[in-house]
Design a binder for this molecule. Structure first.
Ligand code: HAM
Length: 431
């Protein structure tokens, strides 16, 4: 019996996993520079951690949750996103306390799960790299999070990015806007999609985010949230824009953008790429915003937060489309060629010695003839071959050859076992 992987999942094979490692390493290095530390939270949480935070009218909660009862009848869910679990951990570990430096800045990377219709750049198991910063209301922190996102994507070789920016204001803004939207949408009630009919009174902002074409036509004329901002919300948004200007980060204000999760307020943003790799039009690769009530929602004190999540699958597709070069961080230093059965133990010892000396080494394990072994060394792009036959074994030597120059020297085995790096340094001027 052969099995296929579940729909919406992927195997990340060697050849592509190097790109993933490069992405992860680049992110870790950059996060360190911005002084974010890593946090690792469980892949599953109590269902309520997500249902209370993502919003009970969101697609994530109503349609996409991988939730289940475990054998102890606990209602759990595989995480659909990273923020809620991090906030849960932040509260549970009392990281809001005076012992931790504020803003408290963390990052994470790992798999997330949403029951969605798979397509290019959209999977049921996908991966996010995200950051969260707690404990400051400063608009400069929103901007630093955005700048970090832009910085990361450009370090990874992406061009043609568009930063879409909006604000959802504060609670007062939301309440006023909510009513204005209801007033606007009610006359269109019969024309709305079934989802939007349900959402109209529960959460009219969700209607703005509807995927339904006719819903979209209706909301095109909806009032703009920017007309409902309180003075505080206006000030915050203006400062965000001024700080982005100061850093020379271009953006488009998109007053219709609402995001698919309910926990946001004030700044929200999406960084989008326009690439055929992800289908028609712009696709969001990195998105986030401010979520000032979330820590309280999960039982903590009043404590603001801001962050982003980046979709790694989408990013990798874009990198491949843009042919971003990924460095090969473990090239083959030495291929050890053994000629004759008698040399097998010695070649085994030699590859081990070379690896111990801090270099990469490989040999043949399939009883290939010398010619085929040299071919393999070439194909693997080995920097050196180290050849040992019966004669060399008898003399306790081996032939070291630099593949780039063809230069070849005989080296005592004892020297190799003592310090292979020194042998290379002595015998060849270039490594
Ligand atoms: P989100 O917009 O739901 O936000 O997801 C962030 C990114 O994850 C998306 O822009 C996309 O690149 C990727 N993504 C989402 N769903 C899928 C999928 N099914 N397949 C592939 N990629 C996907 C959040 O998750 C928030 N937690 C972000 C955040 C962090 N906000 C504040 N802090």
């Amino acid at each position: 019996m052969r099995y296929q992987r579940p729909k919406g999942t992927a195997d990340i094979l060697p050849g592509t996993s190097e790109t993933w490692q490069f992405v992860e390493q680049t992110a870790r290095d950059l996060f360190a520079r911005y002084r974010f530390d890593e946090i690792r939270t469980p892949m599953f949480e109590n269902f309520e951690v997500f249902s209370r935070t993502s919003g009970d009218t969101s697609d994530i909660v109503t349609k996409e949750m991988y939730d289940f009862k475990d054998k102890g009848d606990r209602h759990l869910s595989l995480r659909p996103e990273g923020t809620a679990g991090v906030v849960r951990a932040f509260v549970e570990n009392k990281l809001y306390g005076p012992e931790t430096q504020k803003p408290y800045k963390v990052y994470y990377m790992g798999p997330m799960f949403r029951y969605e219709r798979p397509q290019s750049g959209r999977q049921r198991e996908f991966h996010q790299i995200g950051v969260e910063a707690f404990g400051s209301n400063a608009p400069e922190l929103d901007v630093e999070v955005i700048a970090l996102g832009m910085n990361l994507l450009s370090k990874l070789g992406l061009k043609h990015l568009r930063l879409a920016l909006n604000t959802l204001g504060d609670q007062e803004t939301r309440a006023a806007y909510r009513q204005a939207l209801i007033d606007f949408l009610e006359p269109h009630f019969d024309e709305l999609s079934d989802d939007s009919k349900v959402r109209l009174h529960k959460n009219p902002l969700r209607v703005l985010d509807s995927k339904d074409a006719h819903d979209q036509e209706i909301v095109a004329d909806a009032p703009s949230i920017l007309d409902f901002l309180t003075p505080d919300a206006t000030t915050h948004f203006n400062q965000v824009k001024a700080s982005l200007d100061a850093l020379g980060i271009a953006y488009d204000v998109d007053a219709t953008m609402v995001r698919g999760l309910d926990y946001y307020n004030h700044t929200i943003f999406e960084i989008m790429a326009d690439s055929p790799a992800l289908g028609e039009g712009y696709t969001t690769v990195l998105a986030g915003g401010r979520y000032n009530g979330l820590v309280e929602e999960l039982g903590g004190p009043e404590m603001p937060g801001v962050g982003f999540g980046m979709g790694v699958e989408r990013l990798v597709l874009l990198m491949q489309a843009e042919k971003v070069a990924v460095p090969n961080d473990h090239p083959l230093d030495v291929y050890v060629v053994g000629i004759g059965d008698e040399t097998s133990i010695e070649t085994l010892k030699l590859v081990q010695a070379i690896r111990r000396a801090g270099l990469t080494a490989d040999r043949d394990y399939l009883g290939r003839k010398p010619k085929a072994q040299f071919k393999t060394a070439n194909r693997l792009d080995a920097h050196y071959t180290l050849t040992i036959g019966d004669q060399e074994l008898a003399n306790q030597t081996a032939n070291l050859k630099a593949m780039a120059t063809g230069e070849e020297v005989s080296v005592p085995l004892a020297d190799i076992y003592q310090d292979f790096q020194a042998v290379v340094a002595q015998k060849f001027t270039t490594k």
